[in-house]
Design a protein around this ligand. Structure first.
Ligand code: ADP
Ligand code: MG
Length: 437
């Protein structure tokens, strides 16, 4: 059997929110990384991917569960586990060479040896001749090469990469990814296991032997997907496209509803609204309605056409689904009958549809509307709604969710928002009628 490099059993972690309440970020996470594996960890933003990585690197402790590196409990930073960050995390005042040597210094390696190893690593990463440069003199792609060189120079047993390519433009990211896979596949580095966190499905499918998907709130391992295709893989081959499709399907699958803890009668207002806006929702709907899709699209193809990153598209698909305008299933998205009518509707009719769907499917919007109708003054502050949301969301999420509900509600003319006074009110026409009755 393969040796386990990292092994996490029943790991949980909570953070305190701004108002001091604990919020569970990870719960009951079981995960292992074996020798010889590249595993990709996918999940929405905020699902706890970075937290999980930091636990594995020994940078933060988990609250519960067991977590080991080569069977030894992880207590603090683990020698043998190196991490690469999205932000590169280089010291701006140190040269490239000094940045790379840093990891070795911490391990007490003698200066002459440090220099030699750093030189060799710079060469391997395509940075020969850049040792004396300062990070700011380099392009983003080159800077991340330094970040990777700094991790690899320690000859890590395990390499953890946290969205290491996502701050780079697509082409640069792809080149760097290919270089790392070459080093790995040709065994030019002694590293025995790699874990990449990504929100890019294609990247995950191109790199990984296994993809693990983390669900949100709290983060749990939702599904696993094994990729049994030798590298290098051709991103355009039908086989790879089909796998990308399947993983899209797994990602957009709504998790099974949590066991009912509240009575069915009470509207659930704790729903975190998808981070998207009306313009984007309508743009994606319009794109989907047009040729060549004519109402039904393969998600990766739609993504190509939309030229928007996955982290903007996913919430938008979620919103379209939530509003009953489209269906997402197994890597495809298709318009519902209402979605078709919406696509053809005039601006005014679109607003009407939007408002009607909002009231029907977003309990928070329905609650705001109901409370406003019952309120004689016709206006309400944000506070009561925020405090309802804060029962299940952290302060930041509650604020964002209310902002989104306000934006959507204004568009659908379900309610109005007075930005000067910071109060919600009924749309002007209806406010008058309400006052008369
Ligand atoms: P991801 O990497 O998947 O985007 P993170 O692991 O960074 O997610 O964060 C998961 C959740 O935990 C987020 O809601 C974030 O706000 C929260 N969180 C992360 N680190 C801290 C911290 N040090 N203190 C409080 N909350 C945190
Ligand atoms: Mg992260």
């Amino acid at each position: 059997m393969k040796e386990l490099l990292l092994d996490l059993r029943g790991v949980s972690k909570s953070f305190r929110t701004a108002d001091g309440a604990p919020r569970m970020v990870l719960e009951g996470v079981n995960f292992s990384l074996g020798e010889g594996e590249i595993v990709a960890l996918l999940g929405k933003s905020g699902s706890g991917k970075s937290t999980l990585l930091r636990i594995m690197a020994g940078l933060v402790p988990a609250d519960g569960g067991t977590f080991t590196y080569r069977k030894k409990p992880i207590h603090g930073p683990v020698e043998g586990v190196a991490m690469v960050f999205q932000s590169f995390a280089l010291f701006p005042w140190l040269t490239v060479q000094q940045n790379v040597e840093l990891g070795l210094e911490a391990q007490g390696v003698a200066p002459a040896v440090r220099q030699e190893r750093a030189d060799a690593m710079l060469e391997l990463m395509g940075l020969a001749g850049f040792g004396g440069a300062l990070p700011r003199e380099l392009s983003g792609g080159m800077r991340q090469r330094v970040g990777i060189a700094r991790a690899l120079v320690t000859n890590p047993d395990v390499l953890l990469m946290d969205e290491a390519f996502s701050a780079l433009d697509v082409l640069t990211g792809e080149t760097l990814r290919t270089d790392i896979l070459e080093l790995w596949d040709s065994a030019s580095i002694p590293t025995k296991g790699i874990l990449v966190v990504s929100h890019n499905i294609e990247e995950a499918v191109m790199m990984a032997d296994r993809i693990v998907i983390l669900s949100s709130d709290p983060g749990r391992i939702r599904s696993e997907y094994v990729i049994d295709v030798p590298r290098p893989r051709d991103a355009d081959s039908p086989q790879v496209r089909a796998m990308i499709d399947e993983v899209y399907g797994l990602m957009t699958m709504r998790p099974a509803p949590a066991p009912a803890t509240t009575a069915a009668a009470a509207p659930v207002v704790d729903y975190r609204l998808p981070e998207t806006d009306v313009n984007r929702i309508e743009a994606v709907l319009d794109l989907l309605a047009q040729a060549p899709f004519n109402g039904r699209a393969d998600l990766p193809q739609l993504a190509d056409e939309a030229e928007l990153p996955d982290e903007e598209l996913f919430p938008t698909y979620e919103a379209l689904g939530l509003l009953g305008l489209a269906h997402v299933e197994k890597g495809d998205i298709s318009l519902t009958p209402l979605g078709y009518r919406y696509a053809e509707a005039s601006h005014t009719l679109r607003q009407e549809f939007f408002g009607q769907q909002l009231l029907m499917h977003v309990p928070l919007a329905a609650l705001i509307r109901k409370d406003l109708e019952a309120e004689l003054s016709g206006t309400l502050g944000e506070e009561p709604f925020l405090s309802v949301l804060k029962e299940s969301l952290d302060a930041e999420q509650a604020k964002r969710t209310l902002e989104i509900a306000i934006e959507w509600g204004r568009y659908g003319e379900v309610y109005e928002y007075d930005f000067n006074a910071g109060v919600l009110k009924l749309p002007d026409e209806e406010a008058k009628q309400n006052a008369q009755t």
